[in-house]
Ligand binder design. Structure first.
Ligand SMILES: [Ca+2]
Ligand SMILES: [Ca+2]
Ligand SMILES: [Ca+2]
Ligand SMILES: [Ca+2]
Length: 357
């Protein structure tokens, strides 16, 4: 029987010719064996024969090599959240992975390297749990504990841990009616660059840039939980106003949405940026054009309680009711005005003739 350190010895052996045989430990695979100082032949697996021991000879160096098994794997950012390590998905570094035996005792602990890889080596066969310590700011796309029966020899098992991140998205548009929401018909801003910056839950500094799509929408993908700001890239193409913090909260200030507390694996939406309203003013009067000359003559009455609506395309921008004179604030060119009857509220045919602006 070998000692805890793997040493063995036979004492008081008379001179003669001997054969040394190892009983293969079942939890290890065969390694390399070697005959020692009294010679011998590696006859078959774990048998060293023809050892010629002379009187008083203390022969040493008879070696039986055994190999433990390895376990390898990655902790990775599962960008498409399908639980599978796909091409192009990167590793997560400095994540602790622990190997526990069937009595839940810790056998070994390691941390992932820069590429997210880890390995345990020289592990005897047996039943184990491989346990990922979940990194802060991430979700999981497969379990953090994987049980396995490790066998001696053969290919090492691969145990991967998929973790997921969240996203921040919104759009850049012209807030034609100034209500800090994106309404149907409000024009999108394409190819506008935005920058995300902040610190993730593990204390890592994060900077990402993105560009709005054809519909004015943008999204920062793979954003680990943390605290972030979204702003125009410097210098901005055209100064925008931060309009509204989205579903994860935050503070919209002049041209920045800051202090966004993004939780682990949260997809936050509705972070809106819009063109500054270059407001002008528009005013006019509604009167009864008794002689149909399209000019207000001194004897023609002003009409109160008529509703004047300002449209851009099909989008209603503002609505006012006339007294003797009301002004409209106009944020956009290419608008048109429509009248509603005060009683029926029906739109009147034709547009409204402006008398000034
Ligand atoms: Ca052996
Ligand atoms: Ca994947
Ligand atoms: Ca996980
Ligand atoms: Ca709006």
């Amino acid at each position: 029987m070998a000692s805890a350190t793997g040493d063995f010895s036979f004492t008081d052996v008379l001179s003669g010719t001997y054969t040394l045989t190892e009983s293969q430990p079942p939890t290890y695979a065969q390694g390399t064996n070697a005959a020692g100082t009294a010679g011998g032949t590696l006859a078959s697996t774990d048998v060293i024969s023809n050892i010629s021991l002379l009187p008083g000879n203390a022969a040493t160096g008879y070696l039986y090599g055994e190999r433990g098994q390895s376990i390898t794997g990655h902790v990775w950012l599962d960008s498409n959240r399908n639980g599978t390590l796909d091409a192009g998905e990167g590793g997560i570094s400095a994540v602790t992975v622990t190997l526990r035996d069937s009595s839940n005792s810790v056998v070994a602990t390691t941390v992932t390297s820069a590429d997210g890889s880890y390995d345990f080596s020289n592990i005897p066969a047996g039943h184990y749990n491989v346990v990922e310590t979940q990194p802060a700011g991430y979700g999981s796309s497969n379990p953090d504990t994987v049980a396995l029966d490790l066998t001696a020899g053969g290919a090492p098992p691969v145990v991967n841990f998929g973790d997921t991140a969240g996203s921040l998205s919104g759009s850049v548009y012209t807030d034609a009616n100034g209500n800090n929401q994106r309404d149907p018909g409000e024009r999108e801003w394409r190819a506008y660059r935005l920058q995300l910056s902040g610190t993730d839950a593990r204390g890592k500094s994060v900077t990402k840039t993105t560009t709005t799509a054809q519909d004015g929408g943008y999204s920062f993908k793979d954003v680990v939980g943390g605290t972030y700001s979204i702003a125009e890239t410097q210098p901005p193409i055209t100064p925008l106003a931060a309009k509204s913090a989205g579903t994860a909260g935050g503070v919209a200030s002049t041209n920045l949405i800051g202090a966004i507390p993004l939780g682990a694996a949260v997809d936050a939406v509705n972070y809106l940026f819009a063109e500054h309203g270059a407001a002008g003013a528009l005013s006019g009067t509604v009167w009864r054009d008794a002689n149909h000359n399209r000019a207000r003559d001194s004897n023609e009455d002003l009409l109160s309680n008529w509703i004047v609506e300002l449209y851009q395309g099909a989008l209603l921008l503002q609505s006012v009711t006339t007294d003797t004179k009301r002004s409209l604030r106009v944020r956009q060119r290419n608008t048109r005005k429509r009248l509603r009857d005060p009683l029926s509220r029906a739109h009147q045919p034709g547009g409204l003739r402006d008398t000034g602006h």
